[in-house]
Ligand binder design. Structure first.
Ligand SMILES: [Zn+2]
Length: 231
């Protein structure tokens, strides 16, 4: 099932669940949305189809887009493509062949990803040098609080600024504590250091490289997500 007609037919029935956490919703504007969690990742209209990851470029989002649209959504080097065109939230395919909102040249995105990776490594090194102190209210607010509901632009902006300024915001790391990117040992080390019960040296930290690697991975993931990039 991947056309407006088919979903319109389904919308007249009582069946709305399409897959795990995935539902068909009837919109006030005449569109039909495929809703995954809180995001309408596909919206069908009579004359067009709109795609939107809601900032969650995950395997599941991609799978649902592939399953419920006529398009092929693929990923290469962190970048999403729809039928070979760079993806961007809001990209719209009209029935008459027009396409609006195509993503930027992947070369620019790859450059940005390179910067993010370097920033994440620098962040981990700064942490090891004792330059990343415990999070506090003086941190960037965009990093301190979940940015759900805010526009994607604002989300992107603060992260781009931090990368530009090489400002290693402590709450970025704190926000990743439950993201599954750090093991208990690494979290322990971070807490001990933030509470000034340890310093980053050979006596206190047995696996310094592991700690740094996991910090870098966490920061990378945080930034990628805030920037709306696939990870
Ligand atoms: Zn920030």
């Amino acid at each position: 099932m991947n056309t407006f007609k088919e979903f319109l037919k389904l919308s007249k029935t009582r069946k709305r669940k399409l897959a795990n956490n995935t539902y068909l919703v009837v919109r006030d504007d005449g569109g039909l949305g495929i809703k995954l969690h809180a995001t309408e990742i596909v919206i069908f209209y009579n004359d067009r189809i709109e795609l939107n990851s809601g900032g969650y470029q995950t395997v599941t989002t991609k799978e649902r887009m592939n399953r419920f649209t006529p398009f092929a959504v693929t990923q290469k080097n962190f970048i999403w493509y729809v039928d070979g065109l760079p993806f961007k939230d809001g990209i719209t395919f009209y029935n008459d062949g027009r396409i609006e909102g195509v993503g930027v040249d992947p070369k620019e995105t790859l450059k940005l990803i390179k910067k993010v990776k370097q920033y994440a490594i620098n962040y981990a090194n700064a942490f090891a040098n004792g330059e990343v102190l415990k999070p506090n209210n003086g941190d960037c607010w965009g990093c301190l609080f979940h940015s759900e509901g805010k526009t994607v632009i604002a989300k992107e902006e603060h992260v781009l600024n931090h990368i530009e300024d090489q400002y290693y915001v402590p709450s970025m790391l704190a926000r990743m504590f439950n993201a599954g990117t750090m093991c208990l040992y690494v979290k322990d080390v971070i807490c001990l250091i933030w509470n000034k019960k340890a310093i980053f040296n050979n006596d206190c930290v047995i696996y310094p490289d592991m700690v740094k690697n996991q910090i870098a991975k966490s920061i990378e993931k945080f930034c990628m997500k805030e920037l709306g990039l696939a990870s």
